[in-house]
Design a protein around this ligand. Structure first.
Ligand SMILES: Cc1ncc(C[n+]2csc(CCOP(=O)(O)OP(=O)(O)O)c2C)c(N)n1
Ligand SMILES: [Mg+2]
Length: 423
């Protein structure tokens, strides 16, 4: 039916050449804007090919473009830049330490890395206020550091030590802290964190307060049904969800080009009726600025924002995966766009906010902290065997109190008025 009508109007304008009817026809088209903060828009695709019996991937497009500069932040102070840089270094060097601990047989399970994604994890979490909430995924160990977990917590968790956040009950990243740090533990079923974080925002709304809640989803995970349900719920309820879609080009061994057909995942925001933004996820300033603007919208009660961060997973899915399926030129391209090396160059050579000596001292401080934390984690005991059955199911030994209090109906109705006013 729509096709037939289009054909008919097409014939009419062609036959009488009437420019105003042509204009009227075009005004029926709606347009949407997706701000794109990147200073470089990579132009390549990953194609599946067959070589004999083997399936492999190759990159098509231009991989020889020059590395973009860091985009100047509209909001960060000099000191905040340096703080974010330090978190990124801690994130990277802690993962290097974890890799060594794994190779020494000291890690009980696997290890997941966020190599190349440090700017995205650290600068995003940095935009949250202390009383706001975060729901990280396995690669967002930098976000955990920013929220107040120490490298020793994370190392002990991977080694399943008695003093780890889960007291040795989990040897991976399934831990949070709903009391002090406002961190919801990662949920392995991809997408499930989104409605949970939307629920946290709804909970605080019921107390009469709009806050920002931040979580992440990958290019693979965003295809799940619960991702749609969670964002849609946050959208219709105007909840302050800040969702980072970390498009790191791979979901396990599936390239993003075989995962979705939209050009950019930020376009999905149009269908949810919420703002969508694209950033270069290797540029801490872009990540922070987009996160800050989204958090401010959330605090004003204006609802969710979807931020697509373009990055690259620089290792395999986890330590057991050598990522042989990734075309080598792709690694070379992104290695030149290393988030830490570029940020270091920006602070030391471009802005001159850190002298060489100050930078060396900062790196040495991070190394020293990591050494201390690693030694502490190695020396700390495993849980005692007789404690194995405890702390898994609660049989009345805990009193779980609500984080805030029960719903405040007065505050709720005034919050509603505020929400209505925002539109
Ligand atoms: C609903 C669901 N399906 C499948 C999996 C198994 N799985 C775990 S991680 C992963 C790949 C995720 O890729 P992506 O979302 O792009 O995140 P990335 O690992 O690249 O950060 C898959 C398929 C899962 N955990 N949950
Ligand atoms: Mg991915």
């Amino acid at each position: 039916m729509a096709n037939r009508e289009n054909k008919r109007s097409g014939q009419k304008s062609a036959s009488n050449g009437n420019r105003s009817s042509l204009k009227a026809r075009f005004s029926e088209h709606r347009t949407y804007t997706i701000p794109d903060y990147r200073l470089e828009k990579p132009n390549f695709t990953i194609r599946q090919i067959r070589k004999g019996d083997e399936i492999c991937y190759e990159v098509e497009g231009n991989l020889n473009t020059s590395v973009p500069p860091i985009r100047e932040s509209k909001y960060l102070s000099k000191q905040q830049h340096i703080e974010i840089y330090r978190w990124m270094l801690l994130n990277r060097k802690m993962e290097q330490a974890l890799e060594n601990l794994y190779k020494q047989g000291k890690v009980v399970g696997g290890v997941y890395f966020g190599l190349g994604q440090e700017a995205c994890s650290c600068a995003s979490a940095f935009a949250l206020h202390k009383d706001e909430w975060l729901g990280p995924l396995i690669r967002n160990q930098g976000s955990l550091l920013v929220r107040g977990f120490s490298p020793r917590d994370i190392m002990m968790q991977y080694m399943a030590k008695a003093g780890s956040p889960t007291k040795g009950r989990d040897a991976s990243s399934h831990f949070g802290d709903i009391y002090e740090r406002n961190v919801v533990a990662p949920i392995s079923t991809l997408g499930d964190l989104i409605p949970v974080l939307a629920g946290v925002a709804l909970g605080t709304r019921l107390q009469g307060r709009n806050i920002a809640v931040m979580t992440y989803i990958g290019d693979g995970g965003q295809s799940t049904g619960v991702t749609y349900e969670g964002i849609n719920f946050a959208a219709v309820q105007n909840l302050g969800l800040v969702l980072f879609v970390e498009n790191n080009l791979w979901g396990y061994s599936t390239p993003a080009d075989m995962q979705f057909r939209v050009k950019d995942l930020a376009e999905r925001a149009i269908a949810y009726g919420i703002p969508g933004v694209i950033v270069d996820g290797t540029d801490a300033c872009q990540v922070y600025d987009a996160a800050h603007e989204a958090c401010e919208r959330a605090r004003r009660g204006e609802g969710p924002t979807l931020i697509e961060a373009k990055i690259m997973r620089m290792k395999g899915h986890a330590i057991h995966d050598a990522a042989d399926y990734v075309p080598k030129p792709l690694f070379e391209y992104w290695r030149k766009r290393d988030p830490i090396a570029r940020f270091e160059n920006y602070l030391v050579n471009v802005k001159k906010w850190l002298t060489r000596a100050e930078n060396e001292k900062l790196v040495a401080d991070v190394d020293r902290q990591l050494e201390e934390d690693r030694d502490y984690a190695i020396a700390s005991p495993m849980p005692s065997p007789e404690s194995a059955a405890g702390g898994v199911y609660c049989d009345g030994c805990h009193e779980i109190k609500p984080k805030y209090r029960m719903a405040n109906t007065e505050a709720r109705s005034s919050a509603k008025i505020k929400i209505g006013g925002a539109h």
